[in-house]
Design a protein around this ligand. Structure first.
Ligand code: RIB
Ligand code: CA
Length: 300
């Protein structure tokens, strides 16, 4: 199926993009970028660098540098490193970004292929909300929106809120209640899908370019998790992409979801009534991890 990933690369974003590239079920047709793990200009640069590594000449359209309503956030450099790929230095891509902004690229492409395109936001939902506001047909034309974000059991950036929803709660609430066909892949399952240093070493051995790059950027990311006594790091973004091709590995609950937009619990996902979405509340974490590693291992 045709897939556009909206991303803030980001270590686990890189894992997600490489896995999508390796997946025979997926035709990765474009990327849009958003602030979050890094500034949006860094996200665009990093997305173009990942396209160079994958050998993909696809549009990379730059999106929002700050939330819809809240003031700008500092990047999550303490998790993903100053340049977004852990300790790795900034790299210069061979290509330029697409001349269109993210909203123009998303609305033009989805409008031109109604019912065909899956959009997978794995960063704050600012671009997706803006696309829905810009084109009232977008929510009806998109085949599916598969989101890495939220979590019904709690948060990571605060005890209540997952980072992507926290970084733009207004956009998250708008998208989650827009009525589009949505799968929300949140912390309820993604925190169960983890890789330890030996897993990255195995992927590097199997995949000298892609796997090695993931190992190179994993050290900083793993150290962040180790500060909380966790041996492995969360495969948040790749789990969302795997939910597109292998939904049978996930336990889905159909419910409405709203997002708290003020106060101490800002960014929290709250079960609600209509419109309903599919929320991944669990799954076969071992199988998801194995599928991730196996397919990364097929890359050069
Ligand atoms: O909470 C995890 C999410 O926030 C992931 O998408 C990660 O890349 C960060 O953007
Ligand atoms: Ca991300």
């Amino acid at each position: 199926m045709k897939l556009i990933i909206d991303t803030d690369p980001g270590v686990d974003d890189a894992m997600a993009l490489f896995w999508a590239h390796a997946a025979p079920e997926i035709d990765l047709i474009g990327l849009t970028t958003v602030f979050g793990n890094v500034r949006v200009d860094q996200a665009t640069r990093n997305a173009l660098v990942l396209c160079d590594v994958m050998g993909l000449d696809i549009p990379v359209a730059e999106g929002a540098g700050q939330p819809l309503v809240l003031p700008p956030f500092p990047p999550s450099a303490y998790v993903h490193g100053d340049e977004g790929f852990g300790d790795m230095p900034a790299m210069t891509p061979t290509r330029a970004k697409d001349p269109r902004d993210a909203v123009t690229y998303l609305t033009e492409t989805v409008c031109a292929h109604p019912g065909e395109i899956v959009v997978a936001p794995i960063g704050p939902l600012t671009n997706i909300a803006a696309a829905i506001q810009a084109d009232p047909e977008f929510a009806g034309n998109v085949k599916q929106i598969v989101i890495m974000g939220g979590g019904l059991k709690g948060g990571n950036i605060t005890p209540h809120a997952e980072a992507n929803f926290y970084h733009d709660p207004h956009a998250a609430h708008f998208v989650m209640t827009c009525g589009a066909p949505i799968i929300m892949v949140g912390l309820d399952i993604t925190e169960e899908v983890t890789c330890v240093p030996a897993d990255f070493a195995a992927m590097a051995a199997a995949s000298p370019k892609h796997g090695q790059m993931l190992q190179d950027m994993s050290h900083f990311y793993l150290r962040f998790y180790a500060e909380y006594g966790l041996e492995g790091c969360g495969l948040h973004d790749p789990a969302a992409i795997i939910a597109i091709t292998h939904p049978e590995l996930f336990e889905m609950k159909r419910t409405g979801v709203s997002v708290v937009c003020e106060g101490d619990e800002i960014g929290r996902s709250v079960p609600s009534d209509e419109p309903t979405v599919d929320v991944a509340v669990g799954g076969d974490a071992a199988a998801i991890k194995a599928l991730f590693m196996d397919r990364i291992g097929t890359l050069p």
